[in-house]
Design a protein around this ligand. Structure first.
Ligand code: AMP
Ligand code: ZN
Length: 441
């Protein structure tokens, strides 16, 4: 791979800031965030116990370790206003997490917070090569979910023509793409796969649309899924990572090297810890990502345990940015399935099946009890041509998928092949796992 590459920076000074200056900047921001956090009873109590009573008690970045972790449960316990650190009159917006893992949590922004968030998203968008000549169709849920409005504002800041199409309604999405010459879209990877299947089904010709790029995020997906979307649609796909507790999109994003996501370290401090011991792991090793926000006064959240599994790349990126890169998120600590004692992340299954070319764009993982044992079934869609009178090709393909899966995950799954369009699809984050095992009480 090339040693360097030409890139466009949205904010060259900050994106290429030498590490010592970047860390000095982080320290100043951290002091400010701690000062805001101390206005909430939660942090006053938690930080007070560690002897932190003002922002000035943070003397160096090493003092971050004195700050206790904040968990999702802490945020829930503080619902609705427990983490608000400014007067309600100064708040101009709230957002909430999608609530996929329980009661949603709420975050607040003042005007400056919205401005900072927007410029981080603009930085991500611009860094992929987009500019004011692009037409951007934001095919993601608007509303309390941060992905819609976050990207909308970032796209406008770049000067693109933004089409707030929202998620779903594929036929209308094609029409918008054709009518307005859309060049960039933002969607979940599962929705992009669905869009591609629908294009073929509805006979929408690739040459009738001008699409060049997609931003895909909000849920985990493998490198094979990225390659599949890129080759089927003939576009570049960039991985976009964010979470509402840390504003939403704009936390970490791929540059044109497409090799890891730059964590914007002037907006966030990232740590990777062992989820059991909570001790830091060496660079390059996988662990739980812990994030501290440096750019939101209204709801400062310190050392937040994201439950997302990732690792830092130890070496710098060829694009010249000094902000460290994260590996694509492998899954969440709470996504891990234990099947007959073997640990398994849904992403491991996805990686295998998306590399098999006969397998379609949609799949579902089902786990059930079969007597005392767990049974794993992987359901995938395959092309219509295989459902002919002769069952042999179908059986052979099923057996081939089963063998490839077993070799990779060391669990013997049942494989079911379904006709295209028969497995459930979702407009927002895809639900790929049905764990039907009775829960121990
Ligand atoms: P929410 O707060 O509802 O926006 O959900 C945020 C969560 O979505 C994150 O903590 C991740 O688990 C997941 N997520 C977002 N973006 C990505 C991505 N690019 N890859 C993997 N997971 C993601
Ligand atoms: Zn880079």
């Amino acid at each position: 791979m090339a040693k360097s590459m030409v890139c466009q920076y949205w904010n060259e000074k900050m994106e290429t800031l030498p590490r010592p200056e970047l860390e000095a900047y982080q320290l100043e921001q951290l002091k400010t965030m701690v000062a805001y956090a101390l206005r909430t009873p939660f942090y006053r109590e938690r930080l007070g116990r560690e002897g932190i009573r003002s922002g000035e008690d943070i003397k160096s970045l090493a003092d971050l370790k004195r700050i206790p972790f904040t968990t999702k449960q802490d945020l829930r316990d503080g619902f609705p206003y427990g983490f608000l650190s400014i007067s309600r009159d100064e708040v101009i917006r709230l957002h909430a997490s999608s609530g996929t893992t329980g009661t949603p949590t709420t975050i607040y922004f003042n005007r400056e917070d919205i401005g900072r968030w927007t410029s981080f998203v603009a930085r991500c968008i611009y860094g992929t090569g987009c500019n004011h000549t692009d037409v951007f169709q934001n095919m993601i849920t608007y509303g309390l979910f941060t992905g819609g409005l976050g990207f909308h504002a970032g796209g406008e800041a770049v000067g693109m023509l933004v089409i707030p199409s929202g998620a779903g309604n594929t036929t209308r999405q094609f029409k918008l793409m054709q009518d307005f010459g859309t060049t960039v879209v933002h969607a979940t990877p599962s929705f992009l796969l669905h869009v591609e299947s629908k294009m073929r089904e509805e006979g929408v010709g690739r040459d009738s649309i001008k699409l060049k790029r997609a931003f895909a995020g909000a849920e985990p997906y493998s490198e094979d899924t990225r390659r599949r979307i890129e080759s089927l649609l003939g576009i570049d796909v960039y991985n976009s990572y964010g979470l509402s507790e840390m504003n939403g999109p704009g936390v970490a994003f791929e540059c044109q090297a497409k090799n890891g996501l730059h964590l914007w370290e002037d907006g966030y401090i990232g740590e990777i810890v062992n989820p059991d011991t909570l001790e830091p792991v060496p660079d390059g090793e996988t662990g739980e990502l812990v994030l501290t926000i440096l750019c939101r006064e209204a709801t400062p959240i310190l050392r937040y345990r994201t439950r997302d599994l990732s690792a830092f790349y130890p070496e710098p990126c060829i694009c010249g940015r000094t902000h460290r890169r994260l590996h694509r998120i492998k899954g969440r600590t709470d996504d891990m399935l234990i099947i007959n004692g073997v640990n398994l992340f849904p992403s491991q299954i996805e990686e295998v099946i998306m590399s098999i070319k006969e397998v379609g764009n949609n799949y579902l993982i089902v786990v059930e009890k079969d007597g005392v044992l767990d049974r794993l079934t992987v359901k995938t869609e395959v092309g219509p041509e295989i459902f002919m009178d002769d069952a042999r090709p179908l059986n052979a393909l099923r057996e081939r998928i089963r063998k490839i899966l077993q070799a990779s995950i060391t669990i013997n799954p049942r494989v079911e092949l379904h006709e295209p369009g028969t497995l459930p699809i979702s407009e927002g984050k895809a639900k790929r796992v049905l764990d039907n095992r009775p829960r121990d009480i």
